[in-house]
Design a protein. Structure first.
Length: 216
């Protein structure tokens, strides 16, 4: 299955089903920390990760890896930025969003802060998931040291090209080489839960509805 079909498929399945499918197919957690949540809108996102690794600094350095990727990454990319534990400053704001919007990118996922929320909502409606919100600049506090390298957020390692899927329920990272299997498993979970829901309503019984597939 090519990338376009995978992305379209993941848009159609429940994010919770993708998280469950990761448990089944990969035997490990794929969902990110609950604190990383949508700040702009509730739109469903799906797309391949491009990654940026940043670290604390006292030097006044422009995050060049981060800025270059905005223009260089393929349209539809999800920007995943890891900041080495510094969550009290913003690594994404209105100007970067303008660039991401102009280049047709999908979303930003930040293990740190976002700012200019009112501007982003008003002018771009661009999905941003972040650990925090802060008016403070990263200049003089963080520097970018690499791009398109593996990064870790909480217990989840994100490789460039992994599929990032999410909405108001949270975010799940799916390894690219397991994406088709995870998608098919998530579709099966959605189908079974639809059957269970119907049975619960018809039988007026949660117990009877759950008995068919044993899911909760």
């Amino acid at each position: 299955m090519d990338l376009k079909d995978l992305v379209a498929g993941f848009r159609e399945v429940a994010t919770a089903s993708v998280a469950d499918a990761m448990d089944i197919v990969c035997g490990r957690t794929g969902f990110l920390d609950h604190a990383i949540r949508p700040r702009i809108n509730d739109r469903k996102i799906a797309g391949p990760a491009v990654t940026v690794l940043e670290e604390p600094t006292s030097e006044h350095i422009v995050p060049q890896h981060h800025l270059d990727l905005i223009d260089e990454a393929d349209p539809g990319s999800v920007f995943v930025i890891s900041v080495g534990g510094e969550e009290n400053v913003a690594v994404w704001g209105g100007l970067v969003t303008a660039g991401a919007y102009a280049n047709g990118h999908e979303a930003a996922v930040l293990d740190g802060g976002v700012r200019d929320i009112a501007e982003i909502r008003r002018d771009y409606d661009f999905p941003v998931f972040s650990r925090s919100v802060s008016p403070g600049t990263s200049l003089g506090r963080l520097r970018s040291i690499a791009s398109n390298v593996p990064v870790t957020i909480g217990e989840v390692t994100i490789q460039p090209g992994d599929l990032v899927v999410g909405d108001i329920d949270g975010l799940v990272v799916v390894p690219r080489d397991k994406a088709e299997e995870v998608l098919e498993t998530a579709r099966d979970i959605d189908r079974k839960e639809a059957e269970q829901t119907k049975l619960i309503i018809e039988a007026r019984s949660l117990r009877k509805g759950l008995a068919k597939h044993g899911r909760i």
